[in-house]
Structures are given as C-alpha cells and as structure tokens.
Ligand binder design. Structure first.
Ligand SMILES: [Fe+2]
Length: 275
C-alpha cells in the first residue's frame, strides 16, 4: 500500500486481492439484481429513519442540492430482522443480495485494518488501528447506491467531504467520480474493478491533527450513467474518538469545496465538539 501517496494525491489506491475482487463483483451484481425487485418488496427491507438509516432507503427529493437516489445500508450489526424479511420476500434476489453483503463485509476487513495500521505507522497516530477495529461493529457502514437516470453532465452527488473517519470507494458501474486536488482542480477518481480507493474524511483529518485532509469529491453523470442510472458501493469507516463533527451547528453541504485544505488545524477543530 503506497500510504505516502495520501498526502500528495489525497487518496490511496489499494489493489484488491483476487478473492476480494470476486466478492466485490458478486456484491455489485447482486445489488443490481436487488434493484430490479418490485418497489413494495424492496421497501420491506427498510428499517431506521432519516437519522439512522438501516437497510433499504429511497430518497427522492426535488430541488437544488437535493438527492435523488436509493441506497442500502449494511453494517455488521444488521438486525436479523432484515435477513428474516429478505427471506419473506420469496425472491431469491433479495436473499442473494443480503448474503453477498455479509460475505463482502468479512472479506474487506483485512484491507481496512491494513490501511489503519499503515496510517498509524506513517503519521504517528498511536492507537489508531485499534480504535478503527474496535469500532467495526457499530461504526462501519457500507452503502450500496443506485442513482436514478438523470440529465447528462449534472452533479449527481454534489461536491462534499464525508463526515466519518475514512471512506472506501469500492466499485462503480460508470466513471464520473472526481476529487478536488490540493491544487483546486477537479480530476477523475480512478475507481476500477481491480482496486479500491481510500481517502480521509472529516474524522481522520481531526484525528491526524490535519496532517491528512478530508478529500472533497463529487460525481458527474456520464452519458451512460445519465441514461442507465449509476450503481456504486462505498464503505464509511468511522471510529470512536473524544470529539465528533458538530452537525447541529454546521452542515457539510454548505462548505466551499476544499475549505479544509489550507485551513489551520486550530480553525478546523472548531467544527468539532466533545462526544
Ligand atoms: Fe462522499
């Protein structure tokens, strides 16, 4: 893992071992199949609410800077109820999808641990690997996304940084993901079938005293994505620290792209409050 690239490029490409690549491919296929189910069947797998989304979530908001997408949130404490309901749908695609999420969650763990270990070593973050691994059950969330067909060239995900610790972009059906380089130019995020991209989010910038910067990114609709919609899989890896982003006072959507790149660590930490 070329961990030192993270301060130069803002992210690290991590090649998938062969077995993991197969799990990712299978999870993506099963998610696309799941999306073909009838709406009322998919809705059976909705648990949680706007604050804590678990399972299937349909978000179809209208207007500026609103999202139009559906996604599925899986984590390691996914209630047995989700699995039971998947069986009750009596469609093999529902069960196959839930099974594939389980397999992937277990298979991706060593990659996440290796990243945490290398960050700890390279940037002198004592105890970081163990914080990440202790947070596995409650604070790792895997999001399976399907953006609906849209107009070509529009931002289907607006420029933003992620709130959690760090983020894995694991698979995408089409190109179109871009990151804001430290030179403030937008560049393609090279997600491919053979590797995942890992980048810091707000939590890791905080934890590293701004040695690492939360990477600003966005998704544009390519002509194919505009026509067919866009499928992707993302892992949000959070860890419990003494502070958290103050989302009662600040909205990440309101920040300028790259607001955090040049900012002093002291200024940056004002966005956080004790947990
Ligand atoms: Fe994001």
């Amino acid at each position: 893992m070329q961990i030192e690239a993270i301060t130069r490029m803002g992210f690290v490409p991590v090649p998938y071992p062969t077995a993991l690549r197969a799990c990712v491919r299978q999870a993506m296929k099963s998610w696309k199949d799941f999306c073909q189910l009838r709406q009322e069947d998919k809705q059976q797998l909705s648990l949680g609410d706007r604050i804590k989304d678990i399972g299937y979530v349909l978000r179809d908001e209208k207007g500026l800077r609103k999202d139009s997408k559906k996604f599925f949130h899986a984590n390691l404490i996914m209630p047995d109820e989700v699995k039971a309901r998947a069986r009750d749908i009596f469609d093999q695609r529902a069960v196959a999808f839930i099974d594939a999420t389980d397999v992937l969650l277990a298979a991706i763990e060593p990659t996440i641990q290796a990243f945490a270990r290398e960050v700890e070593g390279q940037f002198d973050l004592s105890g970081f690997e163990s914080e990440v691994m202790k947070s596995q059950k409650k604070n790792w969330t895997f999001r399976y996304l399907h953006y609906f067909p849209s107009d070509e060239g529009i931002e289907i995900a607006h420029a933003h940084t992620d709130r959690g610790g760090f983020t894995l972009h694991m698979s995408e059906s089409h190109p179109g993901a871009e990151y804001l380089g430290f030179d403030k130019n937008w560049k393609p995020l090279p997600v491919s079938e053979s590797e995942t991209i890992i980048f810091p989010s707000m939590g890791l910038q905080y934890r590293s005293d701004s040695k690492l910067k939360a990477l600003c990114h966005r998704v544009l609709a390519t002509p194919e994505a505009a026509r067919e919609g866009r499928y992707s899989m993302v892992g949000f890896i959070d860890f419990i620290t003494g502070h958290r982003f103050n989302d009662a006072q600040f909205r990440l959507q309101d920040f300028e792209p790259g607001f955090n790149y040049q900012m002093s660590d002291e200024e940056f930490k004002k966005f956080f409050i004790p947990r």
